[in-house]
Write a protein that binds this ligand. Sequence first.
Ligand code: FES
Ligand SMILES: [Fe+2]
Length: 349
Amino acid sequence: MFMRNSWYVAAWANEVEGDVLLSRKILGDQVVLFRQQNGIAAALIDRCSHRFAPLSMGRREGDCIRCMYHGLVFAADGKCVEEPGRPRPSPQTSIRSYPLVERYKQLWIWMGDVALADPALIPDCHWQDDPAWRSIPAYIHYNADYRLIMDNQLDFSHLSFVHEGTLGGSKRIAETKPKVEVIDGNLRLTRWYLNEPEIAPYLKGVVNLQGPIDRWHIYDWSIAGNVLNMDSGSAPAGTGAPQGHRVAEALQFHATQCTTPEDETHSHFFWTYAHNFNLEDGAFTRALADRIQIGFDEDRRTIEAQQKVVNMSGNDKMAYIYVDAALTQGRRLLEARIAAEQSAACGSA
Ligand code: FES
Ligand SMILES: [Fe+2]
């Protein structure tokens, strides 16, 4: 079950350059992404209307894609503009196009009702292209339901165990109850771990901060588009970070993670991990991304293994424990949005 009336990240902008015809399945629809001559990216269903050959096996010609089976040509709006040997194309040869917006180094696609596709609804992810921050665009493919990834993001108690030697490093994370707020139908989680003896393992050797430290994870989770935006960091203990005072030695990061369902049991995961210090040190940006990648591989292995067990579990119910408050709320908010979307669609039909 997907929310269709929402912007989702379809690709990093730099995946679609020149003559590239990028085929990607999104919410169960196979889509082809390409650029017109003016550089504006577009999305079409990856299926020629004639004999259903994939357009991604075709050729970009100017602002259009030519199907390289029998030569129909399609414009960015899905209109068939040429049929070889005919003065104008046969009826019913046009295909579906999808609204697409390039923002924050990403291509955001709208898979639902076109009339509702307002670009103002795209969640703010400006840290990815803000000159005050540095990050490297990255992607992970998941053999898992996007909702298992959402559960993982809304429950950081797993950092103490899945990421014991990388992103976590402290049992306090699992023992800390986050503050959970619903803001405009989305979630904000706030977690503080005060007076920790040392920085997280993934930072050792790449930063100079010594313990004791005050550490935090404060993040917004957008139900539409499955977008996490997180302020995290560490400051020398007792220097006022929880009160909003961040001293010069404090390390601040901003994580953006966008999960797009591929289908019911596969997902696309687009992420960055931005820093606002050492801005001219490309090796630092790279080292940080590589270390986060190790942590995210730990998540992927866990969640993909979990998906296999879920697949064999029939209607058996999972047990609810103390740390599940946020993920339960997240699931409820998501289900309510999907139900509202489906009843609105029934009403208009
Ligand atoms: S399948 Fe595309 S033109 Fe025939
Ligand atoms: Fe994780």
